[in-house]
Design a protein around this ligand. Sequence first.
Ligand code: PLP
Length: 423
Amino acid sequence: MTSIDRSGAAAETRLWHPFSDMSVVRRSEFVLTRGEGVWVYDDQERRYLDGTASLWYANVGHGRAEIADAIAAQLGQLEAYSAFGDFTTRPAQELAARIAGLAPVDDARVFFTTGGGEALDSAAKIVRRYWTAKGEPERMHLIGRTGGYHGTNGYGTAIGGIEANRAGWGPLMSATSSVQWDSLAALEEEILRVGPERVAAVFAEPVIGAGGVLLPPPGYLEGVQAICQEHGILFVADEVICAFGRVGDWFASSRFGLRPDLITFAKGVTSGYLPLGGVVASGRVAEPFWEQSGNMLRHGATYSAHATCCAAGSANLDLLAENGLVSRALETEGPLLAALEPLAAHPLVKEVRGGVGLLAAVEFSAEALAAGAPVAVFEAARERGLLVRALGQGVAVSPPLTISQEELDFLGATAAEALDAVA
Ligand code: PLP
């Protein structure tokens, strides 16, 4: 009989990690065992300040019993039931209604997915089917931006603007393109090149995350929305990172005064306690599907609107609201930037960016990048008890919204030590 080693500890792992160099990771994994607030602990009981809220998602922090209890209660009642046809559950109904009430989208409807990438692909398919249903089947073209990250599914890969993520897969989804991330002129030009009557939608992260924490120039997002309206094109705000408090408002679209036709979300909707994402669609976009008999959206997954994931989402929204974490993120954006600003004078550093919610980045000089500084600084910070994210241009931080001033001080001081160690 084969015995099963449940410790998982082996000379070589069998776990294939996402976005990871398995030639290295196969023999050296970093094991986390528990979390509490902004802190996580490894299997040696060393603690680390989670300066990235894991992958930009642990908005309420780690170890919140309120969410664990809500999950356990729902599991004890009914773990899940597929929402195909007329089936639903109370948690799915409740969370959809709450998100529809919070999102700055006219007459909102909520389509749930299991994560952000699936939300992007759902949004892309919804807009293409919308135009087919409206009698404009030639409106299929989807425009993204350079530096944009929209997950790794089919459409999200095609409209993404980080070149390395697009390479080597063969032909990507057709009728897609990217424009310079901060140029309204480039967007107009591309729309005219394609033909405005052929463009289905423009996709934009209000603050670009994985592409380097790029803040929109003043007036840019409003300009994108106006250009879309002028040509009858749908505007999709990808708020997988930005929504649910990250930028100091429930949605970045609210913060920037936008009313998109669709919003994609994931991450902060559950703070990662269970996987969940989705699309908020306006009444206009929903109309052909909700008003015309026989026009169903032939799209969706087994776990769409999963009851226990939705219960986790509602418990998470309760915490965000009851603990005032959205306004707290707004109040803390200045202190986070202040904690990092001293790094701007460091020889490795080109620029410190932030000031819109709890999203910030330290961009390195060209020489430091050529010498591999992002990964080196990530490693030096981790050795000193701080987790930051290595990106193409530098390192990013996006701590839980619960972070205190003392913890911010630790974050800034430890980041400075890590830079010194690498310089
Ligand atoms: N869109 C944005 C803006 C993201 O940052 C991400 C993930 O980081 C995604 C989409 C994809 O989400 P997921 O990783 O849940 O598929």
